[in-house]
Design a protein around this ligand. Structure first.
Ligand SMILES: Cc1ncc(C[n+]2csc(CCOP(=O)(O)OP(=O)(O)O)c2C)c(N)n1
Ligand SMILES: [Mg+2]
Length: 662
């Protein structure tokens, strides 16, 4: 006899309880409350094949309430994924175990995205649903036809990013997106009455979502609601009424079950209440068999999909596209064109010119902007908008939703088959930062086109002028921050960003800047992160290290210093992370490790000097801006902060004099 849904669900409850108990750390409440709903989803609806977690046409499942990680670990184990093993579950939250505190996409195939920072799972799922509809429009039902399911908690739906994500999903009519809301009326502090009065369902309806309600503790009722959601063309919110920690007789329904082990006594009481096996980490054979069968249920759909793929004339193209490799054939002809006609342009414009070459050559790119299309120069001529009526479009009007855009781009990138890039002002990376951090942590190939990269943006003033942003983004691991100095560097940086297995930020100017690279090079010079743009003409006394718009300035400064008899190198440093990754001898060659008395190192960047000691040494000179900006035309602003050739040259010579350097 087939075990009841409740018995299947109780296996999740048992494993969650036991793993949290073993770790004496973790969150049993959420998995225990949502076990029935998850059972309905995984046994009846979710299209997956546990033997191939990477099957491209699988449904995507996002556990947005990532603190309930034992829910997904239990499901992956029960349905027969290779990992986690039962032993992995016993090592929940321990060093080296893939069963990390929160689900990490890089630890376990089957965990599609990294969740834990509340709200972002739903927002990434929106991106996955966009990618699915786009690829469906391009390749048709036979190759791409799947759904994105989410389990979200109260916290996910309270976070600000949820409003952005829900608005975008409703606007794009992402009917393949279904969110199951664990409506347990509890968060860490206690009842949701402490902090929430809004009508969450009505909010989704107002955003053009379909909504349904069900008893989240009754798998059949959950199934009924999922059927309704599938039948509706709009994205769906299913409100699952649940009880946190369901099955723990003395603690269920209370915040005590949210994030702490239940304790030996309560676990025993729960075992009795739920009729579980007396021994921990034990799943009855018939229950495990039924779960394993559920894990193989998708195998036939998978096989049918494979034969459709084999029969498809577009198989090679589809497979290549999913692999993420990009054709960089666009770069050389583009560089030749730039070098044939060097002229001053803004790097945001140079980025658009690069994109005019990239977008036709690389059909995987999907551009967009958070309502700054004309300022970010992100839309190339041939790109059509991606809309509810035309998912084949490749340009997304994200609206003023920087965080939502960045999170959606993470979801798109992790879905695979598309390379998202999106723009806003560099200063508003602050609004997107939590998702940028998840791009980095998850190694999602997302390209941030961040324009108006310094006080050089001018009149918009201090609110819009980034100061600490470049350095704060460089402080983030696993992301590359590029600040190209002209059109050639911009193209080189685009090529690097496209080839990267992680996220990149392109910091681009609003204002025109002169060409600094006027000769062809066989190598992508930006690939090493920093390179000697201009060697000293006389005995080297000074190395000017500059980025972006300050490279041209450094060249002018070097002329003045050379005229005073001081040999001056100019080093362009478009990407500090790449430079740091170079072998010691290369770094030594560019920035010799000698005292600043022998060779003075000077950094020039129109942003905070914080951190530039790394390249100038403590006794070097750092030229930057350590205060908020000013509202004035760009030339006046730069003049005010001393970013002119004469002022910088004077500072360098004064510094040398003061330090007694000849
Ligand atoms: C952005 C963010 N803020 C705070 C937290 C810490 N946190 C983890 S779970 C949680 C409460 C979430 O409540 P709910 O979603 O209702 O989960 P439940 O208690 O029902 O399991 C909080 C505040 C977090 N993970 N992410
Ligand atoms: Mg809750």
């Amino acid at each position: 006899m087939q075990p009841t849904h409740r018995r299947l669900a109780n296996a999740i409850r048992a494993l969650a309880m036991d793993a949290v108990e073993a770790a004496n750390s973790g969150h049993p409440g959420m998995p225990m409350g949502m076990a029935d709903a998850a059972t309905a989803l995984f046994t009846k609806y979710l299209k997956f094949d546990a033997s191939d977690p990477h099957w491209p046409d699988r449904d995507r499942f996002v556990l947005s309430a990532g603190h309930g990680s034992m829910l997904i670990y239990a499901l992956l184990y029960l349905t027969g994924y290779t990992r986690p093993t039962l032993d992995d579950l016993k090592h929940f939250r321990q060093l080296g175990s893939p069963t990390a505190g929160h689900p990490e996409n890089f630890e376990l195939p089957g965990v599609e995205v990294t969740t834990g920072p509340l709200g972002q799972g739903v927002a990434m799922a929106v991106g996955m649903a966009i990618a699915e509809r786009h690829l469906n429009a391009v390749y048709g039902d036979e190759l791409v036809d799947h759904r994105t399911f989410v389990i979200a908690g109260d916290g996910d739906l309270m976070e600000g990013v949820n409003h952005e994500a829900v608005g975008l999903a409703g606007h794009l009519t992402l009917g393949r997106l279904i969110v199951l809301w664990d409506d347990n009326s509890i968060t860490i502090d206690g009842s949701t009455d402490l902090s929430r009065s809004e009508d969450v369902v009505a909010r989704h309806q107002a955003a053009q979502w379909h909504t349904a309600e069900c008893d989240g503790l009754n798998a059949d009722d959950v199934s009924r609601a999922i059927d309704e959601a599938i039948a509706d063309a709009r994205p769906s919110l299913i409100r699952c009424k649940t009880i946190i920690g369901y099955g723990a007789p003395n603690k269920q329904g209370t915040a005590a079950t949210h994030g702490a082990a239940l304790g030996k006594e309560e676990v025993e009481a729960a075992r009795a209440e739920l009729g579980l096996e007396p021994k921990e980490f034990t799943v009855p054979d018939d229950v495990l068999d039924a779960w394993r069968k559920a894990g193989r249920k998708g195998a036939s759909a998978h096989e049918e999909w494979r034969s459709r793929l084999d029969a498809s004339a577009r198989k090679d193209e589809f497979v290549a596209r999913l692999s993420g490799n990009v054709d960089q054939g666009w770069l050389k002809p583009h560089l030749d064109k730039l070098l044939a006609d060097p002229k001053p342009i803004a790097t945001r414009k140079a980025s658009e010119m690069a994109l005019e070459a990239i977008n036709p050559a690389i059909p995987a790119t999907i551009g967009g902007s958070a309502d700054l299309t004309g300022s970010n120069n992100t839309k190339t001529r041939a790109l059509e908008p991606l809309t509810a009526d035309n998912y084949a479009g490749r340009y997304i009007y994200y609206g003023i939703r920087e965080f939502g855009m960045a999170a959606a781009m993470n979801g798109m990138a992790l879905h695979g088959g598309v390379i998202p890039y999106g723009g806003t002002f560099l200063v508003f990376t602050d609004y997107a930062r939590p998702a940028i951090r998840l791009s980095a942590l998850q190694k999602a190939t997302v390209i941030y086109v961040m324009t108006h990269d310094s006080v050089g943006l001018g009149e918009d003033g201090p609110t819009h002028q980034p100061i600490e942003h470049l350095q704060s983004l460089r402080a983030m691991p696993q992301i590359e921050v590029y600040r190209p100095a002209d059109a050639v560097e911009t193209a080189e940086c685009w090529a690097l960003a496209l080839a990267s297995e992680g996220p990149s930020i392109l910091a681009l100017t609003r204002q025109n800047i002169g060409p600094v690279r006027t000769e062809a090079s066989d190598e992508n010079l930006c690939a090493r992160g920093a390179y000697r743009l201009k060697p000293a003409r006389q005995q080297r006394k000074i190395i000017l290290i500059a980025t972006g718009s300050e490279v041209d300035l450094a060249l002018e400064v070097s002329k003045r210093l050379e005229a005073q008899g001081m040999g001056t190198d100019v080093v362009s440093m478009p990407c500090t992370e790449r430079f740091d990754a170079q072998p010691q001898d290369y770094r030594e060659e560019i920035l010799p490790d000698v005292s600043n008395r022998e060779i003075l190192r000077v950094s020039i960047e129109a942003g905070t000097t914080f951190g530039w000691e790394r390249y100038t040494g403590l006794h070097g000179l750092r030229i930057g801006i350590d205060r908020f900006g000013v509202s004035a035309p760009a030339a006046d602003t730069f003049g005010h902060f001393g970013f002119t050739p004469d002022a910088v040259a004077a500072r360098v010579t004064a510094f040398m004099k003061q330090r007694g350097i000849q």
